[in-house]
Design a protein around this ligand. Structure first.
Ligand SMILES: C=C(O[C@@H]1C=C(C(=O)O)C=C[C@H]1O)C(=O)O
Length: 323
């Protein structure tokens, strides 16, 4: 049974549909083509297309059921996450959870097509392999676009509901600035020059709005893969300082993030389009696990953060309900 890869880059008219094999990238190897990594780069998979087509395709489903927490338990756990900040020296940390919704895995391709129509500016994908089961997503967050020596990335952090019209608070601006600073530092560390940041401005991403800052820089050598590995995970999905936030996440989150908040897309030195794997779900035959999170600083209120994860979950759940 072959693996499946379907993806569509933002603004592309038609998706790429491929059968082939996902395999684990060996440490130190530089990939060429489609790649997907987990949150901590412990596993990076590359895809190789097979020439022959097989008609009897069926989806791979993971047999593991992740931990789902209730609103009440989230409040307790997210508060404990927050309480660990002074002890661990964390200034910002991203706490996530999983929401379970009913969905028939066999409708995955139909869902993909609806997602790509609904979110023309997102990176949309559907992948299925025995390595990780079946995942689908429509992410608004670019990790790295590279054409020749020009490299682009974004800071995307700070969230309001689609119809919220109140001002962005200093707390939200600060959360965003952590990401801006970390991106600039990573680009400088990797010897990029002419680094320009434009923002923050507000963008719509389905049921939510975000603060966004666009970055542009020039590479001085062919080190796009090292830059991607160093940029990711940014404080938009991990925190600041990075290692301290990782420790808080690994200690207090109730599930393994698997492919959520990893990176996904196409890598080729000089022609790269990688995204952060957000607004995504793992599909089983009769249900979907939606992975959602949000940034915490010391003055965050867990109950409001829960509401934010509910809105982010709607990116996929709204579209699932149409099927
Ligand atoms: C972590 C997620 O989103 C990230 C966190 C955001 C925030 O904290 O405001 C905004 C956009 C993303 O960078 C998610 O969608 O699960």
């Amino acid at each position: 049974m072959k693996d499946l890869l379907i993806y569509r880059l933002p603004t592309e008219k038609a998706p790429h549909i491929q059968r082939g094999t996902f395999s684990i990238l060996k440490e130190g190897d530089k990939p060429l083509g489609f790649v997907i990594s987990d949150f901590l780069h412990e596993q990076i998979f590359k895809f190789e297309e097979s020439p022959e087509s097989e008609s009897n395709f069926s989806f791979h489903y993971s047999s593991e059921i992740p931990t789902i927490i209730s609103r009440r338990d989230y409040q307790i756990e997210a508060q404990a996450f927050l309480n660990s900040f002074p002890l661990l020296g964390v200034e910002k940390g991203v706490y996530s959870r999983i929401k379970q919704v009913p969905f028939k895995g066999e409708k995955a391709v139909e869902l993909f097509h609806l997602l790509e129509k609904t979110y023309p500016n997102a990176f949309c994908y559907l992948i299925s392999s025995a390595h990780f089961g079946t995942w689908i997503g429509a992410t608004p967050e670019l990790l790295m676009n590279q054409e020749g020596m020009l490299c682009k990335t974004v800071a995307l952090a700070g969230t309001h509901g689609e119809n919220e019209e109140h001002e962005w608070t200093p707390k939200e601006m600060k959360e965003h600035q952590f990401v801006v600073s970390a991106i600039r530092e990573a680009l400088e560390r990797n010897e990029c020059v002419e680094i320009e940041a434009d923002g923050p401005y507000v963008v719509q991403a389905g049921p939510v709005q975000h603060l966004k800052t666009d970055f542009k820089a020039l590479l001085t050598k062919p080190n796009a893969w090292s830059i991607a590995l160093d940029l990711h995970p940014t404080p938009a999905v991990c925190g600041t300082p990075r290692l301290n936030a990782m420790e808080a996440i690994l200690t207090r989150e109730m599930h393994n993030r698997e492919l959520y908040t990893g990176f996904i897309g196409l890598f080729e030195e000089g022609n790269t389009n990688l995204f952060v794997n957000l607004r995504c779900a793992q599909l089983l035959s009769d249900k979907a696990f939606l992975y959602v999170g949000g940034g915490f600083t010391i003055d965050s209120i867990p109950d409001l953060e829960w509401d934010e994860t509910e809105k982010k979950a709607e990116t996929l759940s709204r579209v699932m309900k149409q099927i």
